[in-house]
Design a protein around this ligand. Structure first.
Ligand SMILES: Nc1ncnc2c1ncn2[C@@H]1O[C@H](COP(=O)(O)OP(=O)(O)OP(=O)(O)O)[C@@H](O)[C@H]1O
Length: 250
């Protein structure tokens, strides 16, 4: 069974349709890159999977969005439970103005976990998974805001991982980072896909080529092409894809 499915999904902001009839299946434990020119609807598509678009007034969709075959917009779905299963990392690192430790434990504390040994273990595990443990293990009580941008972004990834989601949505997670931090995030994706299904929006073609198994190319709200990354970047079937990946527009 597919982990994520979008079946004939169209999305509207008020009267404006920004995604049109998107059908796409994503397998478990893969990285899928969403690419396309600015404004083509990548972030809107990403946000369907944790129902973040629910926060936007006048945003509505048609069609079905499924996780493990279940329609996540069905009335019986508890959105808070859904968001625990589907973590999200944003373009700019957004740590809370709290200690490194408190950032990582934030979600668990909200869930009612209070046992220090459990929280300690979760902090170490999440920071190791996010490839940050060695850099911060001696300063867990220091403010997260004192970390570098790249470290802050890995901390935000650790914060998401601590609540043990199954799916990670990443909206240009490396766009605000320097090349070394970007390389660390890319290495991390490679490790994380052993356990998680990852959707990542990126404007960086090389990055999409390096990190993803599948790539979906969007243009003007339509899914133009979706294929193995290797094929999409070397033998695209559509002229629009060819023009985009070779830098002729976007
Ligand atoms: N909150 C909103 N209200 C109204 N229109 C919106 C809203 N958010 C996005 N849009 C519009 O929906 C379309 C798709 O936007 P979206 O942010 O999903 O595109 P994107 O491909 O992620 O763009 P970018 O690469 O620039 O981040 C755009 O035309 C945008 O102006």
């Amino acid at each position: 069974m597919h982990e994520l499915q979008s079946q004939h999904v169209s999305v509207y902001y008020g009267p404006q349709r920004v995604l049109e009839d998107i059908t796409l299946d994503v397998s478990a434990r893969t990285v899928t890159a969403l690419i396309g020119p600015s404004g083509c609807g990548k972030s809107t598509f990403l946000r369907l999977f944790n129902r973040m678009n629910d926060f936007i007034p006048d945003c509505r969709h048609e069609g079905h969005v499924l996780i493990h075959g279940q329609d996540i917009y069905a009335p019986e779905v508890v959105v808070e439970e859904l968001r625990k299963r589907v973590g999200m990392v944003f373009q700019r690192p957004n740590p809370f103005p709290k200690s490194i430790y408190d950032n990582v434990t934030y979600g668990l504390v909200l869930q009612g976990v209070r046992t220090k040994a459990v929280l300690d273990a979760a902090v170490e595990q999440a920071l190791r998974q996010a490839a940050l443990w060695d850099e911060v293990k001696d300063k867990l009580t220091q403010s997260a805001l004192a970390l570098s941008g790249g470290q802050q972004q890995r901390l935000c990834i650790a914060r998401v991982l601590a609540v043990e989601p199954q799916i990670l949505l990443m909206d240009e997670p490396a766009s605000a980072l320097d090349p070394i931090s970007t390389a660390k995030i890319e290495e991390l994706l490679y490790e994380l896909k052993k356990d998680y299904t990852i959707l990542i929006v990126t404007h960086n073609m090389q990055q999409a080529g390096r990190v993803s198994d599948k790539t979906a190319f969007f243009n003007y709200g339509r899914l133009i092409e979706y294929d193995d990354t290797r094929i999409l970047f070397t033998q695209p079937r559509h002229e629009q894809t060819q023009n985009y990946i070779t830098g002729r527009f976007g």
